[in-house]
Design a protein. Sequence first.
Length: 161
Amino acid sequence: MGDDAALLVNALRPRITRRRRGDYELRLPPEERAALRSLPAQLRALLEVGDDPSLRRLFPTAYPDDPLREEEYRALVRSELTDKRLVSLDTMQRTVDATHLSEEEVLAWLGALNDLRLVLGTRLDVTEDMEEVPDDDPAAPAFALYYYLGWLEEQVVEALS
């Protein structure tokens, strides 16, 4: 099998599968693990600052017409939501080089991937009616990462199904 065929076969392999034992096999090539390795720390830094505009989809407004209720709501749930996200990011960061994950770890990956994708999509101003980004666009690598995170998230959902 030639190098191109081997790359294609590897590209088509599911990245995560459920095993008979009930745990999950994580089959990420080294270049994908390298791409994922720094992402949890980057999102952690944003969450610790807390007021970055790219976090708005992680903490949507619950009461847009009532600022007082919105402030009360945020005071009640923001730290709990942040803590849950940080635990998921910790799990992803700790297990990015693992070959097997527990169901709890896979669920944490799902949460972390979703949060990473939401924040990146907000930064890129992704909309449903967007046109394809040309390869020579300076934002093309960021869009490629966005699409990869969505694809990987889909792989996790399929494995959990």
